[in-house]
Design a protein around this ligand. Structure first.
Ligand SMILES: [Zn+2]
Length: 171
């Protein structure tokens, strides 16, 4: 997703050491992701940034919920999401991009932007399947689905039973 201004950190003015940043990712953030599945959300992101001469080590923690549709009943639901991710920015003219965790940053740069990493942290920690807690699905859809399942239940073939009876007799 595109970088959002509010996630830009100006690191040139920061002293070496650990700094804390907090972001609130709301409906506007989820709309900006362009992911249709994300219908909104409320996620708090806490970022610690450890600055040294050539490295910016960030730890991103996210905690909140994303509005999605239930995979079972297709009704709206709030999917909790919680997790963390480490991202290291290295101030170097060489572009070493072998490591996912390590990103090269131009040594003349003064800012880094975290939008992409916040997005990544949330998407990586969302479960692939998201359903309502037991008993909280749309009851109408639940009933309709249960009916379909019953109708498609394979009818036991009586010949099998007959065969089984025969086998039991011979052994
Ligand atoms: Zn549901």
């Amino acid at each position: 997703m595109e970088a959002l201004d509010q996630h830009t950190i100006v690191f040139t003015g920061l002293k070496d050491g650990v700094h804390d940043f907090d972001f609130v990712l709301g409906d506007d953030f989820f709309a900006a992701t362009g992911v249709e599945e994300y219908r909104g959300g409320r996620v708090k992101a806490h970022v610690t940034l450890d600055k040294s001469t050539h490295l910016l080590v960030t730890n991103i923690h996210v905690d909140g919920e994303v509005d999605m549709l239930c995979d079972h009943c297709n009704g709206p639901m709030r999917q909790p999401v919680k997790g963390e991710q480490r991202q290291i920015f290295k101030l170097t003219e060489e572009s070493e991009t072998d490591d996912d965790e390590l990103v090269s940053v131009d040594p003349n740069a003064s800012t880094i932007n975290l939008t992409h990493y916040l997005f990544e942290c949330i998407s990586l920690h969302l479960p692939i399947r998201h359903v309502h807690p037991p008993g909280q699905c749309d009851p109408e859809v639940d009933q309709a689905l249960a009916k379909i399942q019953v109708e498609h239940e394979p009818v036991p073939d009586p010949r099998w039973d007959a065969l089984k009876g025969l086998q039991n007799k011979t052994t």
